[in-house]
Ligand binder design. Structure first.
Ligand SMILES: [Zn+2]
Length: 221
């Protein structure tokens, strides 16, 4: 059904979401070529919010920033699918890739069904399939509303998400001793990843890493 509606869209409107030029994919190859890669490997770089290990594919700027904003505001599922495929194609081999579990960052007050078309959920499903892992959607819940990370000043960003996530029942058993990969669209200060990591660590995973499509340049400590 999804493949059919995608085909219908493509047949009806073969144009790039970003530049409007003719394109069979939601984002054309010219726009894609302008994405700037940021990491070449899994890193342990220090973030403002602490020390995390993970990988971000591109810098959050230019056409990619435009695509992410469009995805968030207008919920363009086709863009999420295409970008999730880009992310999967540029992830370096996972360390200890023994059946990793991909956990999408959830939104507050949304059911799993509501979030099915959000980038983190789309990407977690796709990555789980690509890396012989497991989709961990629904294991972590966001238990309170937090201001958008882009709308608060830097020191506030670090505290406004503390304790915002918790494990759903049944999650500790599934996460224990596993390689857990938190999946999100943009890494800003790392405060969101940090808060989600804190919740996941309670399940005593083997390791907890992050994977994001983009990273803000302001992230570097
Ligand atoms: Zn384009």
């Amino acid at each position: 059904m999804r493949a059919v509606s995608f085909l219908q869209r493509v047949l009806a409107d073969r144009s790039c979401f970003l530049c409007g030029d003719e394109s069979e994919l939601p984002i054309c190859t010219v726009c894609l070529a302008q994405f700037r890669s940021c990491d070449t490997q899994w890193t342990d770089a220090k973030r403002v919010a602490g020390q995390f290990s993970g990988f971000s594919a591109y810098w959050y700027e230019g056409p990619l920033r435009q695509a992410i904003l469009q995805m968030k505001v207008q919920g363009e599922f086709q863009i999420a699918e295409q970008l999730a495929q880009r992310l999967a194609s540029c992830v370096p081999p996972l360390p200890l890739a023994d059946h990793p579990i991909f956990v999408p960052i959830p939104r507050f007050g949304q059911t799993d069904r509501d979030m099915r078309h959000d980038f983190p959920h789309v990407a977690s499903r796709l990555l789980a399939a690509a890396f012989h892992g497991e989709d961990g959607a629904g294991l972590v819940a966001k238990i309170r509303r937090t201001p958008l990370q882009t709308q608060v000043s830097d020191p506030d960003r670090l505290t406004n998400v503390v304790g915002a996530f918790h494990l759903r029942s049944g999650a500790p058993e599934r996460l224990q001793d596993r390689t857990v990969i938190i999946v999100d669209d943009v890494l800003t200060t790392g405060a969101t990843i940090s808060a989600a990591t804190d919740a996941i660590q309670q399940a005593r995973p083997h390791q907890c890493l992050y994977l994001t499509l983009a990273r803000s340049r302001a992230t570097i400590a």
